[in-house]
Design a protein around this ligand. Structure first.
Ligand SMILES: Nc1nc2c(c(=O)[nH]1)N[C@H]1C(S)=C(S)[C@@H](COP(=O)(O)O)O[C@H]1N2
Ligand SMILES: [Mo]
Length: 430
């Protein structure tokens, strides 16, 4: 870019870090290109010409429908999944959110990722029940109807599978996109009854220290959760983004355990047992522990630590010639709010802070944005998030030095997209 150039609002139009990263305030200006035209940026819109009247303007539109669907032109915006080789396991596995095709912070319900260990049960809400028992004064059984009459609360929260981004722990980078690597994360508004309200009604025995939460699916996924967390911010949810929870995501009742490992957010919730010690279920001993090179394992790794990813540009969403682009992505932390996201276009040699888009909520994803003037030369894009506890997203090398190559769960390393001179992006380990 050309030498120093002061804009009338006092901000420098110079690049803010190496390889063309611009100041994050550039996109806040009302006139995007006026201040930087001297820097060689051209407007993105075409020269104005009279509009024609296409046929959809000249004829009446479609009639009403009961439940809306996306435009037929958006048929690539779908979850991806690999059908299992063995048909007996058809519902076991994952379906991933296409973050490269989404923007904002909310994942639409039809695209919320799914991780299921025994398929999606076809639960009749009129017959489903939730029991609270164990170390309580009064064991209780709630119908869905009864739960619906309790005071409700809503919160926007991410859910992330402990296995998300596990591809970054491989020895070599393989071709992949943001959906394949980071698609086991979604963010929704969840509404339901505070678990503390229900536990209060059952009466907690002083000897209770943990709860066991169990699902009604054939896999009976169940996890031990510290009672302190259950009383702090867990929600027995009935609604997802305003409508009843989708079958894939736990209809009619799921437990939200904000910021904690995805697996603990028990879907199709049918039982909460108060206990005095963790139960050591199959889901917390055979999986979701982090195996260290010494042969020891970190058990009960609960909060998902600070992390971020660039969703745009990303593999498949390539650059169309040099010029200005918005680098955008998501950052999140199971320990609280995001305070900073920095972006690099030179593989981590220089960084500049991105704009954090409101709202910035605890244990929800935060959308970040930064303008970039791509020179047409190869680049490596990275993002690095910091949360309110001061934790900074680690590099891949840092995590591997600590855990070796087998600690794939809770892999929150900085990820890298390589941009070649044609503007094509690929997954690399930088
Ligand atoms: N009952 C039950 N709960 C479950 C699961 C399951 O298979 N059965 N999968 C768990 C896992 S591993 C994750 S990551 C999250 C995924 O939630 P989602 O499918 O709504 O995205 O749900 C958790 N809760
Ligand atoms: Mo998971």
């Amino acid at each position: 870019m050309a030498g120093k150039r002061k804009r009338d609002d006092g901000h420098s139009a110079d690049q803010a870090a190496g390889n063309g990263l611009l100041d994050r305030r550039l996109f806040l200006r009302s006139s995007l290109f006026a201040g930087v035209s001297g820097a060689g940026l051209a407007p993105l819109a075409a020269q104005a010409e009279p509009l024609t009247n296409p046929k959809w303007t000249l004829e009446p539109g479609a009639p009403f429908n009961g439940y809306g669907k996306p435009s037929r032109f958006e048929d690539k915006n779908v979850r991806n999944y690999t059908p299992p080789a063995n048909p007996a396991t058809f519902g076991i596995g994952t379906a991933r959110t296409p973050h490269h095709l989404l923007d904002g912070m909310i994942t639409p319900n039809s695209l919320h990722f799914e991780r299921s260990h025994g398929g999606v049960p076809d639960i009749d809400p009129a017959q489903h029940k939730l029991a609270i028992h164990g170390l309580v004064k009064r064991p209780l059984v709630f119908t869905v109807e009864a739960l619906s009459r309790y005071p409700m609360t809503s919160r926007i929260s991410f859910i992330e599978c402990g296995g998300n981004s596990g591809g970054l722990s491989a020895a070599q980078a393989t071709p992949n996109n943001v959906q394949g690597l980071h698609g086991l994360l979604s963010c929704a508004e969840w509404t339901g009854v505070k678990l503390s309200t229900l536990l209060d009604e059952a009466g907690i025995d002083p000897s209770a220290k943990w709860i066991l939460a169990e699902g009604a699916d054939s896999a009976s996924v169940s996890r031990s959760i510290p009672l302190a967390k259950a009383l702090d911010d867990c929600i027995v949810c009935l609604y997802q983004n305003g409508e009843r929870i989708r079958p894939e995501n736990g209809y009619p009742i799921r437990l939200l355990v904000p910021g904690y490992s995805g697996n603990m957010n028990i879907k199709w919730l049918r039982r909460i047992k108060l206990v005095n010690a963790p139960v050591m279920t199959k889901d917390e001993t055979s999986k979701y522990t982090i195996l260290l090179p010494t042969g020891k394992a970190w058990k009960f790794v609960f909060p998902l630590e600070v992390k971020s990813m660039i969703t745009k540009p990303s593999p498949g969403i390539n650059l169309q010639g040099k010029g200005i682009y918005e680098i955008s992505g998501l950052a999140w932390s199971g320990n609280g709010r995001i305070t900073k996201v920095e972006v690099s276009a030179d593989g981590g040699q220089s960084w500049t802070p991105a704009l954090l888009q409101d709202p910035v909520l605890s244990k929800a994803v935060t959308r970040f944005r930064l303008p970039w003037n791509w020179s047409g030369a190869p680049a490596v894009l990275q993002s690095r998030a910091t949360d309110e506890t001061g934790m900074v997203q680690p590099s891949r090398a840092q995590i591997i030095a600590e855990r070796g190559l087998r600690g794939a769960y809770h892999f929150n390393a900085i990820a890298s997209w390589k941009v070649d001179d044609k503007g094509e992006l690929t997954n690399v380990f930088a």
